[in-house]
Ligand binder design. Structure first.
Ligand SMILES: *Cc1c(COP(=O)(O)O)cnc(C)c1O
Length: 229
């Protein structure tokens, strides 16, 4: 698929139509899902076409790429970080980044806390869960999530807003179901300083299924901007 403004406008229309259909089919009328445009390898001018269409959330994977593009983004969009994050790069994201979705270890949570404290900011974060237990992927194993939540909840400059995941490619529904269950169970615990309102799951190939299992934020790259080269 070629990358053009016209194509992005068409894709945006198709995606928002499908999201609307999925929400009508699977969810309560008062529920909502946010559409994040994932910007990796995409020219900022084309990212801004998506913002012009109505996208208000951008997702960044790489710190360096974000640094080189951020000044050109339409300021109507908020930017969140969704990629694997090395602790030594956290300082480049705070205070601008509105949410870091990919916190997956105590080591990383400690560094986000330290840098956020220095910036006098309470940083919104999600905890990323490796729900399929895949070696190659980021995220904390589901069995270790509770411990990390308890640690994060004690940190004054972290605000845990929910969970994020990238499921294995096969059997996605099984993994989305497990995430939904984790999310609901943790919400029901009403832990102090843990605010479970974001369940970030669903990408170009599986966002309809993710909506079926309670996603509140879908992260879409290639279906919106075209395939990455
Ligand atoms: C690239 C990426 C996406 C979007 O993937 P597409 O399949 O292109 O929609 C979503 N989430 C994360 C964490 C990504 O790295």
């Amino acid at each position: 698929m070629e990358r053009s403004a016209e194509q992005v406008r068409e894709n945006y229309k198709r995606i928002t139509d499908r999201i609307g259909e999925a929400m009508a089919k699977y969810r309560k009328p008062e529920e909502q899902v946010q559409l994040m445009a994932v910007t990796k390898t995409v020219d900022p001018a084309l990212v801004n076409v998506a913002v012009e269409c109505g996208v208000r959330l951008l997702g960044e994977n790489r710190v360096q790429e974000y640094e080189s593009k951020k000044a050109q983004y339409d300021p109507r969009a908020q930017v969140q970080f969704i990629g694997q994050l090395q602790t030594n790069k956290v300082k480049y994201l705070i205070p601008e980044i509105s949410m870091i979705q990919s916190v997956d270890s105590l080591h990383l949570a400690n560094e986000v806390e330290r840098i956020a404290a220095r910036a006098d900011k309470v940083q919104d974060i999600l905890l990323e869960v490796n729900i399929g237990g895949e070696e190659s992927k980021g995220g904390i194993p589901a069995e270790e999530l509770h411990g990390l939540l308890e640690e994060a909840a004690r940190k004054p400059h972290l605000h845990v807003c929910g969970l994020m995941t990238i499921p294995p490619k096969t059997d996605v529904e099984k993994y989305f179901f497990r995430m939904q269950k984790l999310f609901i169970d943790i919400s029901a615990e009403n832990m102090d300083n843990i605010d479970m309102h974001v369940l970030s799951m669903g990408m170009s190939g599986d966002y309809v299924e993710a909506i079926k299992y309670g996603s509140t934020l879908v992260r879409i790259g290639s279906a919106l901007f075209g395939a990455r080269g």
